[in-house]
Design a protein around this ligand. Sequence first.
Ligand SMILES: CC(C)(COP(=O)(O)OP(=O)(O)OC[C@H]1O[C@@H](n2cnc3c(N)ncnc32)[C@H](O)[C@@H]1OP(=O)(O)O)[C@@H](O)C(=O)NCCC(=O)NCCS
Length: 144
Amino acid sequence: MLTLKRIDKNNDEFNLAYNIRLEVFTGEQNVPIGLLVDEFDKYAIQVAAYEDDMMAGCGRIVIDGKIGQIGRIAVLADKRKLGIGKLICEKLINIAIAEHNIDEVILNSQCSAQKFYEKLGFTAVGSVYIKAGIEHVDMRKKLR
Ligand SMILES: CC(C)(COP(=O)(O)OP(=O)(O)OC[C@H]1O[C@@H](n2cnc3c(N)ncnc32)[C@H](O)[C@@H]1OP(=O)(O)O)[C@@H](O)C(=O)NCCC(=O)NCCS
């Protein structure tokens, strides 16, 4: 059974989320370990998806006024295309609306994930750029 759970940087579950970031971003994509966690993790809303008792994916949204920035969305390779990434993003946005009344969500999408975010209602803005050696494009979704 799939469940979504709010986690935070100060509990043990964040270590499991870190391991998913490590496997996905560093293991698969060669992102430097030093970029996996940053100062925003302390304040971000963090959500993890569990399949039964195993964490299968995670993500966060950082609040700045009425804008939420989604990031660090990662789903284990063998758990993809099952709707987990979508559920994580929707949960993050719903918590951010309920707690902070945000009116816009932004993110820096890897170009390989652009269609995934388009299906969630995001639109690309601006041109493609390189971050951590990976092609990205900025995306946004107005909520009202
Ligand atoms: C991108 C990622 C988070 C998507 O997670 P996921 O659990 O596989 O996505 P979902 O199953 O919820 O997909 C939702 C929809 O998007 C589609 N989709 C998912 N990934 C896609 C991709 N890379 N390209 C095109 N479509 C994609 C799915 O087919 C599904 O479409 P549907 O609703 O028509 O069936 C996952 O592939 C991942 O962790 N990738 C590596 C890390 C990464 O790139 N993170 C994003 C950083 S910006």
